[in-house]
Each structure stands twice: as structure tokens, then as C-alpha cells.
Ligand binder design. Sequence first.
Ligand SMILES: Cc1cc2nc3c(=O)[nH]c(=O)nc-3n(C[C@H](O)[C@H](O)[C@H](O)COP(=O)(O)OP(=O)(O)OC[C@H]3O[C@@H](n4cnc5c(N)ncnc54)[C@H](O)[C@@H]3O)c2cc1C
Length: 440
Amino acid sequence: MEQSPPKNSSVTIIGGGLAGSEAAFQLAERGIKVNLFEMRPLTNTEAHSTAFLAELLCSNSLKSMDITNSNGLLKKELELGNSLLIKIAYETKVPSGNALSVDRDLFSQKITEIIETHPYIRVIREEVSEIPDTDSPVIIASGPLTSQKLAKKLEELTGSQLYFFDAISPIIDADSIDYSKCFFKSRYGKGEDDYLNCPMNREEYEIFYEALIKSERVKFKDFEKMAVYEKCIPIEELADRGIKTLLFGPMRPVGLEHPISGEKYKAVIQLRKENIEGTAYNIVGFQTKMTIESQKKVFRLIPGLENAEFLRFGSVHRNTYINSPKLLEKNYKMINKNIYFAGQISGVEGYVESIASGFTASLDIFYRYFEKKDLSYPPDTALYSLQNYVSTCQDKSFNPSNFHFGMLSPIDGIRDKKLKKEKMANRALEKIANFFEKLS
Ligand SMILES: Cc1cc2nc3c(=O)[nH]c(=O)nc-3n(C[C@H](O)[C@H](O)[C@H](O)COP(=O)(O)OP(=O)(O)OC[C@H]3O[C@@H](n4cnc5c(N)ncnc54)[C@H](O)[C@@H]3O)c2cc1C
């Protein structure tokens, strides 16, 4: 059960990655002592290659700096909140147009130096294999490649199986769909008209199929291959099995005749609403390992999606995460416990989102336990929406997500998409700036 931490107690953080490093710094800067456990270099993960804290696993890009891009907005909010990692990213920036790309070694090296020399932080290079038994708050930020021993303990703690694989379908901005080519209907007319269906005739299907089997793909890493479950098979790999396979799988046309004309189709692709407002749709069953460029090219062949704008691209990768909607309350805190989950393990997706969750968890700990204050971000900000997604997502099977504009309530009456996003981004920034000002 949740208890008050003893006075002058320190916070324990497991994992010195992106989320853990940000969280440690935010707490330490507020005068809270932190014990930060990092198992590398003594015990390594399958993908990290240095002993640095906050190592970037793959790309060296923290994506767009434009606030009308979801990643750009989230970064700007973090910048307004004085995030260490975003500050260091700007200090170690390398030229890459409008994206915030960094010199990866310099980035991690600088963060490691700051964390290791901070008077309030003790870095302990040790694998944690038990959940600390302490009244003080704990942040579990052990990442997508959490060590097996800890994963086992987390299953005991959460009373449920962890997810070890992540199959993500692309999400499309609802404003970019051509509705004249699709229709709303549930299969066999069962239930409400929950799905938006994009039908294909034989010729359209054959063109789509050809593009799919010839698509450019991101290779599975060796350690990922073993873990691909049948239900997570990427759409293009299903296509590789034969021209008919998709027609018995995610492109099954049965029960999806046109609701008015009764026309039958060769194939139907179903889109499902991502939120109540219907501002975003995901393509059902279309997890993929195609490159981003291939995803754009191939998925824009789907009738109705010719001008699709992607709020999130599809992917399939090794990822350890908990069933957050069942386990967490707001700000990544476990219900009835002094334990927080931050980073990929909490069900956020991506570098900047991992930083954001570590940032939020640490602020919540500081205000809740040490200042006895409630920390509630204003709605319609990126920081609010991300923590809200992981704790309240209603999907039957919870999938991690990056932050996207579909998580913000829309602004009605503006047709121009760019302008609409600009207004939504400015609304978010004004709200979060006021919030941080009042907080300090
Ligand atoms: C292979 C791979 C590539 C990725 N590439 C990208 C990308 O290009 N762009 C992007 O936006 N996102 C990417 N991601 C997703 C995600 O953004 C990163 O994984 C990000 O580093 C997650 O941050 P984190 O803080 O949750 O975990 P991490 O940064 O991985 O930090 C977790 C830390 O915990 C440590 N640890 C684990 N178990 C223990 C233990 N028992 N005791 C002590 N320490 C422990 C680990 O050594 C690690 O340092 C990738 C993920 C994977 C798996």
C-alpha cells in the first residue's frame, strides 16, 4: 500500500536510460536525493553498446523541431519545463534540416557527466533483480530491454504478464481521408458503424499487393526474430506468403458489401477510430516493418488514403511494457503504490516520449510526496495527453503509442490542416507555459 516517504528520503530509479536520466536530474535539481541504478556496463542489453547513461539505441534523431509536428510540440513543452535531455540535445545538435538530430556520443557523454557529478545523485552500476522494498518512491525506467530477472519480478508486482513485443499499425489523420471512396460499416452489420472501410476491386488489389511484396523493409534484429508471434506478423510478410493470404486476414472482404448498393469487393481494409472525437484512425491489422518511405508509398495506394497524413507510422519490435491502463493512475503512478513506471515500459513510444514520461513521473513525485501538492497538467497539452493515454486507453489490447495530434481535442471551423495544427500547438504551449509559471 501507498505510504508517506520518511523525511529526507531518497528516490530510487531503476534504469539510467532516457526516462531515468531525465527523472533523476529533475528530482536532484529540486533538492531530492536520488539513487539511480544502471546495470550497464556490467550487464548489457541486446542493443546498447556503451556504458553511457541516456544512450540512443538506433536513430540519432529526436525528430522534428516544428511545433505543428507532434514530436516538435512535445519537445517544445519539455523545453518550457527545463528538461535536461532536450537542452543537451540542442547543445549537441548536428545539421539535419528541421529535425533535432544529435551527435549521439556527445549527447550521452554530456548527460552522463552531469548525472554522475550531481551532488544529489548516486549512480549505482548494478542490475536490480528485486523491486526495492522501501517506503520511498521508486521509478521503474528499465526500458524496452528490461533485464529478464527484473521482468520476472515485475510480473509478480503487476500480477499480470508483461508484453514483450509491440505491433503497431499506422494512424491516419481523419482530415486527410477521402470519404467519398469509403463507407462506414461493421462486418455483417453487427454493432454500430464503427469501422471506416476502404474497398478495393481486383485491379486495385493486385497493384497494392505488388507494391507490398516489393516494399523496402527494416530488418528484424536477431534478438527480435525469436519473439514475433503469429498475431504480430507484419502485413508485408503475410503478403509474402501468397496473393490470397491477406484476403483471409486483415483484408478479408466478407460481410463488408457496400451498405447501400450491396456491391461486393475483392478486398476491404478497415480503419478504426483512435479517439472519441474521430480525429484519427488506425489501419486495423497493418503492423509493418516497412520503411517510412515505403509505408507512405504503399498505404497511399489504398482507396481513400491517397493523400493520407500519418500521425504515427506502423512498426513491430521487441518491447517490454506493462498493461498501463489497468495498472496506472495519472502521471505514470501505479495505483495504490509509491511506484512509478517511466519510459517505454510505461507504454509510451519513442525517445522524446520516454524523456517526457520520466520528466512527468519525477515532477509528480516531487509535488505529491515532498510538497504535498497535486500535479495536474492542463488538458490539450502534449504532456497531459501522453500520460492520459497510457492510463486510460480503452483498446482491448493496449499498444504503446507516441504522442500525436489525434490525442488533443480538435479546434472546429478551420479547414486548413496546417493552420489547425498551428492553433492546437499554440493553445497547448500557452497552457503549459502558464502551468509551469504557476508551478515555480
Ligand atoms: C532496438 C531499439 C531501437 C529503437 N530505436 C528508436 C529510435 O530510433 N527512435 C525512437 O524514437 N525510439 C527508438 N526506440 C524506442 C525507445 O525510444 C528507446 O528504446 C528509448 O531508449 C526508451 O527509453 P527508456 O528510458 O524507456 O529505456 P532505455 O533508454 O533503454 O533505458 C533503460 C535502461 O535501463 C537499464 N536496465 C534494464 N534493466 C535493468 C535492471 N534490471 N537494473 C538496472 N538497469 C536496468 C538499461 O541498461 C537501460 O540503460 C528503440 C527501441 C529499441 C528496442
